[in-house]
Design a protein around this ligand. Sequence first.
Ligand SMILES: [Mn+2]
Length: 313
Amino acid sequence: MTNQPVSGNDLARFAGISSFMRLPVQADAAGLDVAFVGVPMDHGASWRSGTRFGPQQLRAQSAMIRPYALQTGAAPFDGLQCADIGDVAINTFNLADSIRIIKESFDAILAHGAKTITMGGDHTITLPILRAMAAKHGPLALVHVDAHADVNEEMFGEKETHGTVFRRAFEEGLLIPEKVWQIGLRGTGYTAEDFDEARGWGFNLVTAPEIWHQSLTPLADRVRESIGGAKTYVSYDIDSLDPSFAPGTGTPEIGGLTTPQAMELIRGLRGLDIVGCDLVEVSPPYDPSGNTALVGANLMFELLSVLPGVPYR
Ligand SMILES: [Mn+2]
């Protein structure tokens, strides 16, 4: 019998130890197919901070999610052994050291053979995670949903920040460039050519206006076809959504995705060989209603539901 979330009929949803979806908590990833793990940090962020509280709030807002997806039929906990393994012990006084700690922590998780669904934290965390993933699996396909491409050369001279992640990942050979999809890009830029360079590397860029007012199922079909059987990482920045759905984030941009579009996109990734996912940039201090974390927690469930090995009823 695999781990099951505690039912709301056995213990009130507002009671008990706060874990993702009220799953069992364990100290490491031993025996798991999927480890939910938090990386509570915000010192890689350039504008509003607060994502250090993201994992806590994502766990709190996940308490109402039930184990079966009635519309898609996904029954993730019937096929995958899942648990919450707590938070990475980052060094909140040192970004570079935190990046090192995250890489080593993920090396240890992956050594157990578990996949990870990570709760950020600012987007900087994805760089050390990709380093660990690529060390295990080789270069990866990437589905990166975000308002921003996060491909700056540097910020204040710093090479490793939440705005430079995917340039570093490209330079370090962690990605298969022609199997990288950046979806939801928008907003103002520093130059008129901000997106051109990454296209030159082979990245596939889909701006938000290109997909306004439409189903994202056809786009997901294109992404699946392009990636094929390659090992795939999914990095979901909550600021890909319109601020009307997800205001509690560090760098909001208007004109973003809707929650149904986000669900269509993630559901359409079913069939890819996904080895890990993250949900980053939820900033509870800017999320007084909890709605941003509620959206984020539900998108984590959608990500879990498209992992290989999930039975559909
Ligand atoms: Mn981002």
